[in-house]
Design a protein around this ligand. Structure first.
Ligand code: AMP
Ligand code: MG
Length: 426
């Protein structure tokens, strides 16, 4: 039962709110409910960027396949490099990438060689063309060279039989290059998580709903669905946008049931407070399970997490900043864990805070900041003006969160704080 689960969580020692969770305990609770996806699909390698590898990839070949030249120059035997003075060699032919030179090279001979060409028999070193003196069909070199120089060895990048990429790896452009270098054209990746989401609120107007009428008094445009859509787009998931659902118990019940039949994760925004039009919690309690509904954090306090059939449910608060903060702190790591089985928490860095930050102890705050660096690479952070949970411009101006934990009771200029970049730092 939901109540029992709440009792098991670490509380924030607030005697008035014994069921409120800390940020860490909430995250732990979420991860505990997730079984990472196992089903995979086979895709062409070029369609696998940001997908999660379903099987280990091991190499059936050496990369590179042969010892080859790293430079344009002349291939010789290292034994023939003079100890002192200079030595002259006769050029007996040319080796190109993709076109081997097949004769054996003797000690007083060399072979003109291009980058990527297989090292001809009898050679193991390459003299850069800039380091020889060429006269007709002869080259002269001095004693400054070493055996094996400018040669890439077979298997130097990947040795045959090695597991190159492990199951669960999020595929980057470099990984895609590696897989292609092994000659693998198709591979198994985990299927994408399916995420269904809707906004709740009688005051909400969808943009582009065709009505062309101006906002009536009390109406606002639904922005959460669009910021959510954008954050989901960055995560490589299948997105199911279910629009706006009115503040009405029957409609919310119907939408939740429909969402759970389609999605691994359901996200809603709004309607999770304790107002009279907030139906998300009672409905979920009735048809599913609530794991927690209150976190000692600001913004984002009324984040509600639970389950409905086989779907995970995140009821995000309605305020636009709260939506983004709770998404980045809880939903994004949950989606990544569901997709990959790996817990990847956001990167935390230390920076010197340039401004005074007001804060009460007892809850975790995610203030919005602008992270920059001095000419000698020191990170500094400023807050972005108004910090209200409805002030979305504070997010737009920001490039990081400033993390102020439960015990923190304010920051003076010059103090070091923890920051979490959520976008490009530049
Ligand atoms: P609620 O949690 O439903 O009480 O909403 C809290 C605040 O967020 C209210 O001021 C709502 O009007 C606002 N809000 C709720 N949903 C949205 C939305 N989809 N887009 C923009 N603002 C919203
Ligand atoms: Mg509402």
């Amino acid at each position: 039962m939901p109540e029992r689960i709440i009792e098991k969580q670490t509380s924030c020692n607030d005697s008035r709110e014994p069921d409120i969770l800390s940020v860490d305990a909430a995250r732990k609770n979420i991860f505990e409910q997730i079984t990472p996806l196992q089903n995979s699909e086979k895709l062409p390698v070029k369609d696998t960027l940001n997908r999660v590898l379903a099987d280990d990839i091991s190499s059936s070949i050496n990369v590179p396949g042969h010892n080859n030249s790293a430079m344009d120059g002349y291939a010789i035997s290292g034994d023939a490099i003079p100890q002192t003075g200079t030595k002259t060699f006769t050029v007996i032919g040319t080796a190109y990438a993709g076109k081997m030179f097949s004769e054996k090279c003797q000690h007083d001979q060399c072979i003109r060689i291009m980058t990527g060409s297989v090292m001809p028999e009898g050679t193991d070193s390459v003299i850069m063309q800039e380091h020889v003196h060429r006269a007709g069909n002869n080259i002269t070199i001095d004693s400054s060279h070493t055996t094996g120089q400018n040669v890439r060895l077979a298997g130097e990048d990947i040795a045959i039989g090695t597991v190159v990429l492990s199951k669960g790896k999020l595929l980057t452009p470099a990984d895609i290059g590696i897989i292609s270098s092994l000659g693998i054209g198709e591979l198994n990746v985990i299927r994408r998580p399916r995420v269904a989401f809707f906004s709740t609120g009688d005051e909400l107007r969808s943009i582009g709903d065709g009505s062309n009428r101006p906002l009536s008094s009390g109406e606002i445009y639904d922005s959460n669905r669009y910021s959510l859509y954008a954050m989901l787009q960055q995560l490589n998931v299948d997105i199911i946008d279910m629009g706006v659902v009115r503040d009405d118990e029957t409609s919310i019940r119907k939408a939740l049931v429909e969402a759970s039949s389609m999605a691994d994760i359901i996200i809603t925004s709004g309607g999770v407070s304790v107002g009279e039009a907030d139906f998300i919690k009672p409905v979920l309690e009735d048809i599913g399970q609530i794991n927690f509904w209150k976190i000692a954090m600001k913004p984002g306090r009324p984040l509600t997490f639970g389950q409905l059939d086989n779907s995970l449910f995140f009821g995000l608060p309605g305020n636009p900043v709260s939506v983004m903060v709770t998404f980045y702190q809880f939903v994004q790591p949950a989606i990544r864990y569901l997709a990959s089985g790996k817990i990847q928490l956001p990167l935390n860095l230390k920076a010197i805070c340039s401004t005074k930050l007001r804060k009460r102890s007892g809850r975790f705050e995610f203030q919005r900041g602008i992270l920059s660096h001095t000419s000698d690479g020191l990170l500094t952070v400023d807050k972005t003006g108004q910090q209200g949970s409805g002030v979305l411009t504070s997010m737009s101006l920001a490039n990081c969160f400033i993390l102020l934990d439960e015990v923190n009771a304010g920051v003076e200029p010059g103090e070091t704080v923890t920051v979490q970049p959520f976008d490009s730092i530049i």
